[in-house]
Each structure stands twice: as structure tokens, then as C-alpha cells.
Design a protein around this ligand. Structure first.
Ligand code: HEM
Length: 435
């Protein structure tokens, strides 16, 4: 669509015009405030002391991620570069393509198959602790399970046998997490002077030592498969990738998606979906797509423009940064009818991945390489719970107060009642009487 080409908004003066604190305090409020003020879902402001274009249209996000991907560099090194060391997420161009190809070996169908018994073992163990007499704090429950799965797969750890080491790693990844959170708040001073940041750097050194140890003795998961990747023979790179994969980001994102799924399908007006999904996997897929659309765990992402480009009609100069807003693109009324309504049936005729309509896992040449693994974990958990329980959410999604960055998550416990299915209870009674 033709536009007058002048970016709405105001870049502001260096430092004094910086809006990082306002943005990071409540990014959703920030976006809506300025989108309304400038009457545009694309506008410019100043974040991390850089002119930054906010992109909230579906077409704009698609162009950033796919059509103009060659004009962009990834924009995460500033936050996480020291904390995680060199890895694919900070690489660009040919280097990134080479790393993606090498790492894809870890996510082949054969690889995914070999991880399944680890996933099953942890889920079986953890579900024994699900008490149907007490409502479950679902985000924490799923985060614990996802953490155990990630540490088992990515570090080859037996989390059941090595509880102290698991706790030690979890504490260190939490210190790294707080280090990442502290970066935007320190935009006016050097980030190295922040205590959280220096603790995160200490945690990195300790985690890398644990990773080296695990690599020498692990018998399952990525450490074993990595030895077989011919083009990934640089020890520092391998350690850094294991560090990234076992960070707090991934379990939190998995827990975020699962929480939204159970809250939405646990509303009385969606109880029929619980029965429907149990009998028809296509319904489960559609519900999962709609959950991804409305509640993406990463609300967006960042790029640095390395070559001038045109996004949704606006010219964006070299040197600017871009914040693309997945949550806004997913609610673009030009693409989705009734964008704020939960309507899984909208996916009846769509093959979502091929049409690039969802950006929950990114899109284009830098899309998420862990997508199939995540779907495997999520579906295994959903299917196990669905077989045994019905559930009722004690909270509505609209009542949940969120923290938005880096991962969307609740500020307070979100409670769900799980109840053993009537037919399973009867089966139990039958066994009890025949024994
Ligand atoms: C619910 C869980 C997850 C979500 C929502 C998610 C989402 C995303 C998104 C949105 C991107 C694109 C970022 C961008 O374009 O700026 C991405 C990239 C990436 N993801 Fe995931 N991810 C998840 C889990 C995983 C897992 C389990 C792994 C691997 C073990 C993984 C590995 C990666 C890597 C390496 C990239 C960077 C790819 C590149 O730079 O070319 N992710 N993810």
C-alpha cells in the first residue's frame, strides 16, 4: 500500500530522548500509546539510545523476517553477547547459515525420536506429583517440567539422580536471566557496573565449567549427538550453544505456551474443546495455532538495519534498529477477522507454517530451529494430561497480569483444577473390586 513514506513518530535527542525505561516497564502499553498517538501501527522512537522503528502490522513483520531478511542483522548481541558468548543468535549472513545447517543435525526426525524416552520419563515422573485435590500453579508446574527436560536433553543430565547439580544449574541460569533483564535499565550507565550483570558473567563461567564436565561424561541428549556433527568441531562454539539452549529462556517460553493453552481450554465455554481434542488431533492442532496467535511467549524481536530497506511502505535507513511486534501482527484485523477473539476454527483451511501467518517461532531464514522439538514436548504433555484429566481454569486469560520481557509470563500464580476423568475413576473402582 502506498504511504507518504515519512515515518510517523519522533526519534528524539540522544540519551535525553531515550524511551527505554518507558518501553521496558510495559511494552504493550508503550506500543498502544504511541500507535494511537501517531495513528499508525508503524512508528519511530528511541530505544537503547538508537532510533528504533516499531513494526506492528502483519505485512511489516513478514517483510522484516522474510522478504528483507538480507538487509538485517540480528539485534540481540547488545543484551546477551557477553552473557552467552558467540553463538548462532548473534551471527549473521553466511556464518549464521553455516551454523544453522550444522545445528539442524540435532533436530532431525531421528534425533527427535531418540529424545522421546527422556521426555516421557520426566513427564511420567512429574505427573505422579499432580494432586487433584489442590489447584495447580500451572506456569510453575510446566516450567519445572520443561527445565528438567531441557537440562536432560541439552546437558545429558539425569535430573532425578542429580538433584543438587540440577538446582545449582537452575540458580546459575536464573542469575544469567537477571543479568539480561538489567541491560535496558542501565542504558544511561555502563552495563558492567550493574551487580546483576556481573553476577550473570560469573554464572556464565561456572556454567561453562559444568558444561565441559557434562560433555565428557553424558550418555544421552545433545552432548552425545554433538560429537557426531562434523562441521561443528569448535569446542567454544559447542559450549556456548549448550549454554544458550539450557538457559532459562526456553523452559519459560514452553511453560508460557502451555499455561495459555490450559487457561483458554479450561474456560467453561471451551469444555467441549477438551473432549473434541481428545478424539481429533486436528482440533488440538487448531487450538494450538490459535493459542500461538493470541499468546506468543516472545512478544517480538529486534533487528539492526544494515542496508536501507522499505517495510510496509516506509523507508528505514541503515543504522536504525527495528522492534517487530509479533503480538500486534497476530492481531492485525487486515489479516484476522475478529482478531481478539479465540476462534480455533479460523485455522480449518490453513496450513499455517507454509503461509507464514504465525510468527510465534519467527519466520524465514532465522526461524526457530527448535520448533519441532518444542511441539513434541508440548504435545506429549497435553496428550498425557488429556488422557487422564479434565481441567477447569480458576482464572480467565484477561485477568492475568503479565511480565512481558524477555518471555511473557504471569506475575501471580495461575491456578487450574485437574480432575481425573470419570471413566478412568470407574476403571480404578473396577480394579479395586476385582483385586
Ligand atoms: C516455546 C519455545 C520456543 C519459542 C516460542 C521460540 C521462539 C523463537 C523465535 C521467535 C525465534 C526467532 C527470533 C528472531 O527471529 O529474532 C527463535 C529462534 C531460535 N530458536 Fe527458538 N523458540 C523456542 C524454543 C527453542 C528451542 C527448544 C531451541 C533449541 C534447543 C531453540 C533454538 C532457537 C535458535 C538457535 C534460534 C535462532 C535461529 C537463528 O538465529 O537462525 N528455540 N526461537
Amino acid at each position: 500500500m502506498a504511504k507518504n513514506n515519512k515515518l510517523p513518530g519522533y526519534v528524539g535527542w540522544p540519551l535525553v530522548g531515550d524511551k527505554s525505561i518507558e518501553f521496558y516497564r510495559d511494552p504493550i502499553k508503550f506500543y498502544h500509546k504511541y500507535a494511537e498517538l501517531y495513528k499508525s501501527r508503524i512508528f519511530v522512537s528511541r530505544i537503547l539510545n538508537k532510533p528504533t522503528v516499531f513494526i506492528g502490522t502483519h505485512q511489516g513483520v513478514r517483510q522484516v523476517l522474510i522478504d528483507c531478511a538480507d538487509n538485517m542483522n540480528m539485534g540481540y548481541k547488545f543484551f546477551m553477547g557477553d552473557i552467552y558468548g558467540d553463538n548462532i543468535l548473534f551471527a549473521n549472513g553466511e556464518e549464521a547459515a553455516g551454523l544453522r545447517e550444522a545445528l539442524s543435525y540435532l533436530f532431525t526426525a531421528e534425533g527427535l525420536h531418540s529424545y522421546q524416552h527422556v521426555i516421557d520419563r520426566i513427564i511420567n515422573n512429574e505427573f505422579k506429583q499432580l494432586d487433584e485435590n489442590d489447584p495447580v500453579d500451572v506456569y510453575s508446574f510446566f516450567k519445572d517440567i520443561a527445565t528438567q527436560i531441557c537440562l536432560s536433553l541439552f546437558l545429558g543430565l539425569d535430573t532425578n539422580q542429580s538433584k543438587d547439580l540440577t538446582q545449582q544449574i537452575t540458580d546459575l541460569t536464573t542469575a544469567q536471566w537477571h543479568g539480561i533483564l538489567s541491560v535496558p535499565l542501565n542504558v544511561h550507565v555502563t552495563k558492567y557496573s550493574s551487580t546483576s550483570y556481573s553476577k550473570a558473567l560469573d554464572a556464565k563461567v561456572k556454567l561453562i565449567n559444568i558444561i565441559k564436565e557434562q560433555r565428557s561424561q553424558a550418555e544421552i541428549g545433545f552432548p552425545v549427538r554433538l560429537k557426531e556433527v562434523p562441521s561443528l568441531n569448535n569446542d567454544v562454539f559447542i559450549n556456548n550453544h549448550l549454554l544458550l539452549f539450557s538457559s532459562a529462556l526456553i523452559p519459560k517460553a514452553i511453560a508460557s505456551l502451555l499455561m495459555s493453552f490450559f487457561v483458554v481450554t479450561g474456560q467453561p465455554n471451551n469444555f467441549d474443546l477438551q473432549a473434541g481434542m481428545f478424539f481429533d488431533k486436528n482440533i488440538e492442532d487448531r487450538v494450538l495455532m490459535e493459542v500461538q496467535r493470541l499468546y506468543p511467549p516472545f512478544m517480538g524481536g529486534r533487528r539492526l538495519v544494515r542496508k536501507e530497506c522499505v517495510i510496509d511502505g516506509y523507508t528505514i535507513p541503515e543504522g536504525y534498529s527495528i522492534v517487530f511486534l509479533t503480538f500486534a501482527a497476530h492481531r492485525d484485523s487486515g489479516v484476522y477477522e475478529e482478531p481478539n477473539t479465540f476462534k480455533p476454527e479460523r485455522w480449518l483451511d490453513n496450513e499455517v507454517r507454509t503461509q507464514n501467518k504465525l510468527f510465534t517461532f519467527g519466520a524465514g531464514p532465522r526461524s526457530c530451529i527448535g520448533y519441532h522439538l518444542v511441539m513434541n514436548i508440548i504435545k506429549t504433555i497435553i496428550q498425557r494430561l488429556m488422557t487422564q484429566y479434565t481441567w477447569k481454569s480458576l482464572t480467565e486469560e484477561s485477568e492475568i497480569n503479565h511480565k512481558w520481557l524477555p518471555v511473557v509470563r504471569p506475575k501471580m500464580p495461575v491456578l487450574i483444577d485437574f480432575n481425573t476423568k470419570v471413566e478412568i475413576r470407574h476403571l480404578g473402582d473396577k480394579y479395586a473390586t476385582t483385586l
